[in-house]
Design a binder for this molecule. Structure first.
Ligand code: SF4
Length: 257
């Protein structure tokens, strides 16, 4: 799981995006979540997000973003240096960057299967084989008690931005999709029920219960041990699909997994 990403100095970090993307990590591993869990994949993790979930498991792309600028040729070369046929563009929120579309076009030209992990607030026109849409529930709001760095300064902005039904509908209508929700308890599943009903009203796409995935909250093995059985039982009761977090089970919270 070697990386092509090196740390940059502060000036480079603040440089305006040119032909390329701010890449926090680039590595090959197993897809840990969703309908493709277990599939060898190359991950391109961009830095930068328009939300601030308190539980963010890619903290260095959101709360304290770090990255190296990589031009698109270098990213494609790094993907081609690795074996997997599947590429996962993730973040942060990769779709905040215009060049994510250009990267997806280049990967598609080379025959890769592309998954985009998105929070569902931005819709784009790009060659995406699987849109993995993870709308954020009320349980994501970084209240003063849960804020990892401050006193809830992001809470209102995050809450205002976290659901965009038009963007979710556009993604669902354009791509094969999964709707993936981070869940800890029964209250969260009630929020999923309510949001899925709103999404079904907002889109012409068919959203089957099978397309709705409940994923246990927890970025460490210890936390996952507290949530996963409860969330699996909640999924069974609700008729939704359960998704593991294989990478946490296998490698805990190690980077580049
Ligand atoms: S949307 Fe994703 S990347 Fe952004 S803060 Fe939330 S969990 Fe982190």
């Amino acid at each position: 799981m070697s990386s092509d990403v090196t740390e940059t100095n502060e000036d480079e970090r603040n440089a305006p995006p040119g032909d390329g993307l701010p890449v926090n990590e680039l590595f090959a591993s197993l897809q840990g979540e969703g309908v493709l869990a277990g599939v060898p994949s190359t991950f391109v993790r961009t830095s930068g997000c328009n939300l601030r979930c308190w539980y963010c498991d890619s903290y260095h792309t959101s709360w304290e973003p770090t990255h190296a600028w990589m031009d698109l040729d270098a990213i494609v070369d790094a993907v081609e240096d690795r074996d997997p046929h599947h590429v996962v563009l993730t973040g942060g929120e990769p779709l905040v960057h215009d060049d994510s579309v250009r990267l997806l076009e280049r990967l598609d030209d080379r025959g890769y299967h592309t998954t985009v992990e998105t929070n569902g607030t931005i819709a784009v026109d790009a060659p995406i084989d699987l849109a993995s849409i993870s709308p954020k529930l009320p349980n994501s709001v970084p209240t003063a008690e849960r804020d990892p760095v401050g006193d809830g300064e992001w809470a209102e902005r995050h809450d205002d931005r976290r659901i965009d039904l038009d963007a979710i509908a556009a993604l669902l209508e354009s791509y094969d999709s999964q709707l993936k929700f981070v869940v800890a308890d029964a209250d969260d599943v009630a929020d999923v029920d309510a949001l899925v009903a709103r999404i079904r009203d907002a889109t012409t796409a068919t959203v089957r219960d099978d397309d709705v995935l409940l994923m246990p909250e927890g970025a460490t093995r210890d936390r996952l041990a507290e949530t996963r059985t409860r969330v699996a039982e909640l999924a069974l009761d609700a008729g939704y699909r359960y998704t593991p977090r294989l990478h946490v089970d296998l490698w805990n919270d190690a980077p580049e997994t």
